[in-house]
Design a protein around this ligand. Structure first.
Ligand SMILES: [Cu+2]
Length: 456
């Protein structure tokens, strides 16, 4: 009897949960309402069967329960052709009802309309990069063999069709509303996946091949691009954003993005010019970029130019150092105006990269279990900052070796407290706000820093 009641409650609870749950589809923003329909049909078919089977089971348990001194009325009946025929037809109709609409929707999914424009999404652990065709309306050839720090998309430098391609390295893109678009997908390393939940469509990205899907965005707004394929440690922080806007707004945005040729002909940072600008920085960071604890200014020698460049831009744009509790960031932020142009940032960063970095920063913190720190570091930090701690442009993670321990401790605390990395445009700092939890307490932070000291 109790089991019968539990079964009925289970059915009631499941049905109630399904209709009242707050965890349901997001409001759709594409033309793929057909995909919602197929999912809803599946819900109805499996839901009805679930309810029917469980209620029948509850009824059977109740109806044929054991009664004192009475033989059960249940009989064993293994062969019942009528029942079997009925069940077979019923199941066939149910399964067909579930699968047939999917076949039609799949046919739509793989048949891209001719008028669809294109863009490319390129995935790597754990970043996104994007590409739109330039004036020739055609994407140039690309291959991971061509990937370099200046060419993270791997566009073939010798293919004329690729020169005018419009390239996007930041994880933010735009799409025009109500126009079909074909998304071409490549992966640099492992299986990834391109998903915009509100678009309802997704597709895996496979190293060595170009996969695709298409979609017509139907609602203006900003939506998150997720990787829905478990692709390693940083899988959950592999995010980008897509803004669906009016055509003219899209065109304006696209106009502002550089072409591939432009990114390749950009002058390299001029360290000599940067040296003069650095005079303004030396007062706090020291003439050799060795840092100055009394000024709370960290060591800069040893940092990669791309990282320094980005930080200076973040400080200037209020993405870093603007939080009201970021005492030291607020000191640095106005200084970034001294090198307020792309060119000035490039030059001073190039100069900082040339500063001698053999001598590590002085050790100001004691203790820490090197062995435990090493374990945490290799399992959680090495994926981006590399085993040797030197970081990589490919993961956008800076060098940590030889840097100030007090400063790193402070930054980790800031990431943890939302003082750094929380700004919505801080696309790289955001990754650290989640990774910092790999160290569960102050002690483990000390352990990791102790280990990083041994990497020198
Ligand atoms: Cu991924």
């Amino acid at each position: 009897m109790a089991i019968a009641v539990i079964l009925v409650l289970l059915v009631l609870g499941s049905v109630l949960f399904h209709f009242t749950t707050p965890w349901y589809f997001t409001e759709i923003a594409s033309h793929w309402s057909n995909i919602d329909m197929t999912i809803n049909i599946t819900f109805w078919v499996t839901g009805l069967v679930f309810v029917a089977v469980n209620l029948f089971m509850a009824w059977s348990v109740y109806r044929y329960r054991q009664k004192k001194g009475k033989k059960s009325e249940a009989t064993y009946e293994p062969e019942n052709a009528r029942l079997e025929l009925g069940l077979t037809i019923f199941t066939t109709v149910g399964v067909a009802a579930m699968l047939t609409p999917g076949l039609f929707v799949w046919a739509q999914f793989v048949n891209v309309p001719d008028e669809a424009h294109e863009f490319e999404a390129f995935a790597s652990q754990w970043q996104w990069a994007f590409r739109y065709p330039g004036e020739d309306g055609e994407l140039g050839a690309a291959d991971i063999r061509h990937i370099t720090e200046e060419n993270p998309w791997g566009i073939d430098p010798d293919d004329p069709a690729g020169q005018d391609d419009i390239v996007v390295k930041t994880p933010v893109i735009y799409l025009p509303i109500d126009e079909p678009v074909k998304v071409l997908m490549r992966s640099r390393d492992v299986l990834h996946n391109f998903t915009v939940p509100q678009f309802r469509a997704k597709m895996d990205m496979i190293p060595g091949m170009v996969s695709y899907m298409w979609v017509t965005p139907t609602r203006e707004g900003e939506f998150e691009i997720l990787c829905e394929q478990y692709c390693g440690l940083g899988h959950h922080i592999m995010r980008a954003r897509v803004n669906v806007v009016e055509r003219h707004e899209f065109d304006e945005w696209l106009d502002e993005q550089p072409t591939f040729a432009e990114t390749q002909s950009r002058p390299r940072g001029d360290a000599e010019a940067g040296q003069q600008q650095y005079a303004a920085c030396a007062a706090c960071h020291g003439p050799e970029g060795q840092g100055n604890r009394d000024m709370n200014a960290p060591r800069l020698a040893g940092l990669q130019s791309w990282y320094v460049e980005r930080q200076l831009r973040y400080y200037q744009q209020g993405i870093r150092g603007a939080h009201e509790d970021d005492e030291f960031g607020q000191i640095m932020a106005p200084m970034a105006n001294v090198v307020g142009t792309d060119e000035a940032r490039r030059n001073v960063s190039a100069y900082i990269e040339t500063l001698p970095s053999d001598e590590p920063a002085p050790v100001t913190m004691e203790g820490g279990n090197i062995e435990r720190g090493g374990r945490i570091y290799r399992a959680n930090c090495a994926a981006c900052h590399a085993n040797d701690g030197r970081g990589s442009w490919a993961t956008d993670a800076p060098n940590l070796v030889g840097m100030d321990d007090w400063y790193m401790a402070l930054q980790l605390e800031h990431y943890r407290n939302g003082i750094r990395g929380e700004h919505r445009d801080d696309d790289y700092g955001y990754q650290m706000t989640s990774m910092v939890y790999a160290m569960r307490n102050e002690q483990q932070v000390q352990d990791v820093l102790a280990y990083i000291r041994t990497l020198q």
